[in-house]
Write a protein that binds this ligand. Structure first.
Ligand SMILES: Nc1nc2c(ncn2[C@@H]2O[C@H](COP(=O)(O)OP(=O)(O)OP(=O)(O)O)[C@@H](O)[C@H]2O)c(=O)[nH]1
Ligand SMILES: [Mg+2]
Length: 469
């Protein structure tokens, strides 16, 4: 089969190290020719005589014709292979020297070393995968939670591709409908009314908005939410980090100022991944080290996508808490989600502290969570609150298109911007000018799933893969 890549590539597809088996993959126009120089099926048949997609036991030879290994060899024929090209997979014993020697034979016999993600890139170029599906392959490999795995699996099955195809087709129908009437006025083509065009664009806007919103969940599940635990000293911030991490990650004492630096930990809160930062307690101080810690706490707050603002109501709200409230309220005003934690609930009476609880709730625009961070049972309460913010249970709804990375989010946002602009343009300037915006929306959607994507973008995506995938 013709390959746009020309060369035949080879790589070890399993991780480096000792193992039961290892797989060397060879793909390209010359895959069979390359492998026939050092692989012989035990049956005596030549590799190219084997039925496609079948495995056989074979001898693998070194350069002197000695046997390197007995391996299971699978031959795939274009286009019915992962890459869409002729492919041979050699499953040998999983020794480091052995696999490297077999790869070296493949390279000596005419293959070239595959780059990172090159097999998947070939699959993309052969039209076997869209760009979002290729990204889902990375997601499957990187997944550290069931939820991330589920989302990646759904996207590998083509959930984003189907959704973007549907929006793209709708846009195409609108644009071609309008242009046909403008370009061929004498053809008596049924023209769409402005209302029909308006409704069509509104439908596209709605679909893009829902896709863009899905990133809230996709980001939380697959990339993780930068989360800061913020408050004055001794309120129980490090206790909350340890509660979420389910281990003693940070030192906890009753001495105010125990944590002096930012302590980072990645934890799973139900379906959501949190990139947590526990910070030094923020308060006025002349101590040089402490004041550096306070500055870092504020920097972490400013970078956070979720804030856990911690108060100790057993001591009542004081001027330092007011300062914390002011800092956090600024983030809340910018739309950053905040969970206000009134900690040490075992030491205060909610009714007696109602005014403080109200005050925090009003300042941060969210009902505070009364918590006893010392008790392990509190973890579920906190996790439930976090999960609700990111709607991560939707992950398990069948076949939902959920976008999972910043590149996809940017493309959807830009497509949405153009579609919204088309709606405004339609009312003021008419359908033909609105179509210019719709075409731009189509091109952004094309970037999302790889119909119209630059080589640079494709390069940067596939460089995130390991060699051999
Ligand atoms: N009774 C009770 N004590 C708690 C609770 N949470 C934390 N503490 C105690 O409060 C004290 C301070 O806890 P830390 O987690 O070190 O507080 P912090 O906010 O990290 O303090 P700094 O690092 O100094 O800013 C420790 O003695 C904890 O055991 C709680 O829910 N109930
Ligand atoms: Mg601490």
């Amino acid at each position: 089969m013709y390959s746009m890549f020309g060369s035949t590539v080879a790589a070890i597809s399993t991780p480096r190290g000792k193992g039961g088996i290892a797989v060397i993959r060879i793909s390209g126009e010359e895959a069979l020719t390359v492998c026939e120089k050092f692989v012989s099926p035990k049956s005596g048949k030549a590799l190219r005589e084997l039925r496609a997609s079948t495995a056989c036991l074979a001898d693998v030879y070194d350069e002197e014709g000695g046997t390197l290994d007995e391996a299971i060899v699978t031959v795939y024929r274009a286009p019915r292979s992962y890459t869409g090209e002729d492919t041979v997979e050699i499953s040998c014993h999983g020794g480091v020297l052995l696999t490297e020697s077999i790869l070296a034979r493949a390279l000596a016999c005419g293959a070239v070393q595959a780059g990172p993600g090159e097999f998947t890139r070939r699959a993309f170029s052969a039209g076997k995968l869209s760009l979002s599906q290729a990204e889902a392959v990375i997601g499957m490999i990187d997944a550290e939670t069931r939820a991330a795995l589920t989302l990646s699996r759904t996207n590998l099955n083509g959930a984003i591709r189907r959704k973007t195809d549907a929006i793209y087709d709708k846009l195409k129908a609108l644009v071609s409908g309008v242009y046909a009437v403008i370009d061929f006025p004498d053809e008596d083509l049924a023209s769409m009314s402005d209302n029909e065009i308006h409704d069509g664009i509104a439908e596209v806007v709605h679909a893009l908005e829902s896709l863009r919103r899905s990133y809230k969940t996709g980001h939380a599940v697959c990339e993780g939410v930068r989360t800061v635990i913020f408050g004055k000293p001794n309120t129980g911030k490090s206790t909350i980090l340890n509660l979420l991490a389910e281990k003693e990650r940070a030192i906890v004492t009753d001495i105010a100022g125990t944590t002096r630096d930012v302590i980072s930990e990645t934890v799973t809160a139900g379906n959501v991944t949190l990139r947590l930062s526990d910070t030094a307690g923020v308060h006025g101080t002349d101590d040089t080290v402490e004041s550096i810690g306070v500055r870092k706490s504020i920097e972490a707050l400013e970078e956070a996508e979720l804030v856990l603002a911690v108060f100790d109501l057993s001591r009542g709200l004081d001027a330092e808490d007011e300062e914390i409230l002011a800092h956090v309220a600024k983030r809340a005003d910018l739309g950053i989600p905040v969970i206000a934690v009134c900690n040490k609930s075992d030491l205060f009476d909610a009714d007696a502290n109602n005014d403080d609880i109200d005050k925090i709730g009003k300042a941060l625009g969210t009902a505070p969570l009364l918590l006893c961070a010392k008790s392990e049972e509190s973890r579920d309460t906190l996790v439930e609150r976090i999960e609700a913010l990111f709607e991560s249970n939707d992950v398990f709804l069948a076949d939902q298109a959920v976008i999972t990375n910043a590149r996809q989010h940017a493309a959807v946002s830009e497509a949405l911007g153009h579609a919204t602009c088309a709606l405004d343009t339609l009312d003021v300037l008419g359908a033909d000018l609105a179509c210019t915006e719709l075409e731009l929306a189509m091109s952004k959607l094309g970037e999302l799933d790889g119909r119209q994507v630059t080589v640079d973008v494709v390069d940067s995506i596939f460089h995130r893969f390991c060699v051999g995938k």
